[in-house]
Write a protein of this length. Structure first.
Length: 246
């Protein structure tokens, strides 16, 4: 299994904190978001990483090489990180994915047991969802059927129909990734659609009809664990008080 961590963004909403430091290296407790993310993945038995970088990428590379010298890192550079979105960064990994993958955004503070719960959920494809009705228009929301199969995912999902927020941690099969990369190839190479959230392509793939439903994604309820996305200075200040910073 490999873990893909997307860490290319410039994090404008966290300025001036990110003027000289990428978001994932901002100090939290005794370390930072990236350190905590990698350590959480490693604690679940994964040691093979694909890291997509962009803004201040040498700081990220140097940090990981220094603090995790025994791990296998493949670094990919998103050269136009200011003008594209995470779907482009994910598309860049297509020639490096070898099998089952964990996909993680680099701006999430989360409990390591969230990954354990995904790995043991019994689904080929699943993602971590904070089941809550305290939602807003900016969150990636999910609409589910009675078996927690995802019907719709994205910011556009009506809050009244949403079960909760997708927190940005996913487990996908090689079969799913093949289909996902085919969609991303079309969007990026043919349509020049580079500024999109990858959940748009998740939605397209789960809507494709296949006989064995192998493109289905299931929501795994992780609301029992602490987690949050850090987008703003207010988020960053709030995260300092989380117990998982210890």
């Amino acid at each position: 299994m490999q873990a893909i961590i997307l860490a290319a963004g410039i994090a404008k909403r966290l300025r001036p904190l990110t003027d000289d430091t990428p978001k994932c290296l901002l100090k939290l407790g005794n370390s930072n978001l990236l350190h905590k993310t990698v350590a959480n993945v490693v604690s679940n038995g994964v040691q093979d990483f694909i890291i997509v970088t962009g803004y201040r990428e040498n700081m990220i590379k140097d940090y990981l090489k220094t603090n995790f010298p025994g791990l296998n890192f493949t670094f990919l550079t998103n050269p136009d990180y200011e003008n594209n979105n995470n779907s482009y960064s994910l598309w860049m990994t297509k020639d490096y994915v070898k099998g089952e993958i964990l996909l993680l955004d680099s701006d999430i503070l989360f409990d390591k047991y969230i990954i354990d719960k995904l790995l043991n959920a019994g689904h080929e494809n699943c993602l971590a969802v904070n089941f809550t009705h305290e939602l807003d228009e900016e969150q990636i929301k999910v609409k589910l059927n009675e078996n927690n199969k995802i019907l719709d995912i994205g910011k556009e999902v009506p809050i009244a129909e949403s079960a909760g927020e997708s927190i940005g941690i996913e487990l996908f099969s090689p079969y799913f990734m093949k289909g996902l990369f085919a969609i991303l190839d079309r969007k990026i190479l043919k349509e020049n659609n580079v500024n999109e959230f990858y959940e748009k392509s998740f939605q397209e793939l789960i809507e494709q009809k296949n006989q064995d439903n192998r493109n289905s994604i299931f929501a795994v309820n992780v609301s029992e664990f602490e987690c949050m996305e850090i987008d703003t200075i207010q988020d960053y200040n709030k995260a300092q008080n989380f117990s998982i910073n210890e």
